[in-house]
Design a protein around this ligand. Structure first.
Ligand SMILES: [Zn+2]
Length: 438
């Protein structure tokens, strides 16, 4: 039985339960022929007009000119006129347990929203993400919601709720008293919940890494710096020895490490410790980006997080205001990394802004110097390689999982066309077609 999005979205819990029991994880039987106007495979820069994609039981069976594909006689043809088909998009930096800070400040989300409520929110966010054409997320920390991301991932994998493939980091690791809420600005006798797991010393670093891995973390996330300077400036937090202990422990178990790092010194220490990706990197110097290049460390620029906070707190209006100082700093870092050939993955920090608006990051990467194909590569094949999943998804090629999305127009020439998804398939299951737009 095939996935029937309309029934499921509108029909409430009973229909959801039926869907969970039957269709969600099982791709449709038989073969599907997807016929858009053009196909962007991620193997080159140009979209191919007149191409189609053949899907067989969740796997891409063929891609090429529509007449060259040997589709069986009983193939089900899905016409996608006016669209470009691309690999399912990937966002390497999300927080499905957060929602925009202009709705509720981060402190208030972590302090006042019960974890049960946040988990239900996360399920809604996961659905919005998938419907926007993002079929894979690396979710970098629950921000005080414990290990609940492992349950969201499980519910998606089991077909209970619609959502992207998830690679989760669980609690994330921070240095003692160096991450919010507080403690600065709060009464010192309050026992505050942590936005991440606090450690001091190599033993605690190893223990936290093992705990998070044991509870289901696919990646380990650490914070190399934060706003802990006496003047509120961003300064390194974890020591090199603590970060090395985290990296070594994670790598022993086959898990990569992502580091939040904004200051030049924080980024440099994290790269020296051997982390696999740097998140934000706004203050990193050219010399430090060279170090990323040398070590093969990936970089997620999170340009949209900066833009969104400028909108919330600095009266920035996209397309009208001058970029703020922080936006200019982020742009400088991004252009430096781009010039040096650092591996740049699409990572937006969505959660700071609305889930489902993930398209803003590739659009901002084009605003700040990438070509549309470069931004699409960052959100498909390059992101898959950063996840070490390039043999499973990230391109449209025979043998890979059928994560396929289509947008009205052609995002390989107009990146803003990513705002108009009309078709979403994950793992061969249909979640959205032009006929069943949610
Ligand atoms: Zn983040």
């Amino acid at each position: 039985m095939r996935w029937q999005p309309r029934k499921i979205w509108i029909g409430g819990l009973a229909a959801l339960a039926v869907a969970a029991a039957t269709a969600a994880t099982a791709p449709p039987k038989g073969d599907l022929l997807l016929v858009p106007d053009r196909v962007w495979t991620a193997d080159g820069d140009a979209a191919h007009a007149g191409w189609a994609v053949l899907v067989h039981e969740g796997v891409i069976a063929g891609v090429g000119p529509v007449d060259s594909l040997h589709a069986p006689a009983d193939v089900r043809r899905i016409a996608l006129p006016g669209t470009t088909l691309t690999p399912g998009l990937i966002d390497l930096h999300s927080h499905v347990f957060l929602h925009p800070y202009n709705e509720t400040l981060w402190n208030d989300q972590v302090l006042k929203e019960p974890q049960d409520y946040r988990t239900l929110e996360a399920a809604a966010h996961a659905r919005a993400t998938l419907m926007a054409g993002f079929t894979t997320l690396r979710d970098l920390g629950t921000e005080g919601a414990g290990f609940a991301d492992v349950s969201i991932k499980r519910a998606i994998d089991e077909g209970m709720i619609p959502g992207p493939r998830m690679f989760v980091a669980t609690r994330a690791i921070v240095a003692t008293d160096s991450y919010g809420p507080g403690p600065r600005g709060f009464r010192p006798d309050l026992d505050l919940p942590g936005g991440a797991q606090e450690i001091s010393g190599v033993d605690e670093a190893i223990r936290a890494t093992r705990e998070q891995a044991g509870h289901g973390a696919d990646w380990i996330k650490l914070y190399a710096d934060y706003r802990v300077g006496a003047d509120g400036s961003t300064q390194p937090t974890l020591s090199l020895a603590e970060m090395k202990a985290i990296v070594d422990t994670a790598h022993l178990s086959g898990r990569p490490v992502a580091a939040h790092a904004s200051s030049d010194e924080g980024v440099r220490l994290a790269v020296e410790a051997g982390v696999d990706s740097i998140e934000h990197g706004y203050g990193a110097s050219e010399a430090t980006f060279r170090l990323l290049k040398q070590h093969g460390t990936a970089y997620e620029p999170t340009l949209t997080a900066v833009e969104a906070t400028a909108q919330y707190f600095e009266h920035y209006v996209p397309g009208q205001s001058e970029p703020t100082a922080r936006m200019k700093e982020a742009e400088r870092a991004f252009r430096t990394a781009l010039k040096l050939g650092v591996t740049i993955g699409n990572g937006s920090d969505v959660g700071v802004f609305t889930h489902g608006d993930n398209w803003r990051e590739p659009a901002n990467m084009v605003r700040d110097g990438m070509t549309p194909p470069q931004a699409l590569h960052a959100a498909t094949n390059i992101a898959a390689r950063i996840l070490r999943q390039q043999d499973k998804f990230g391109r449209i090629a025979p043998g890979l999982r059928a994560d396929l999305v289509a947008f009205t127009g052609d995002p390989s020439t107009h990146i803003d066309d990513l705002q108009h998804p009309v078709f979403v398939m994950k793992d061969g299951s249909l979640y959205r077609t032009p006929q069943t737009t949610p």
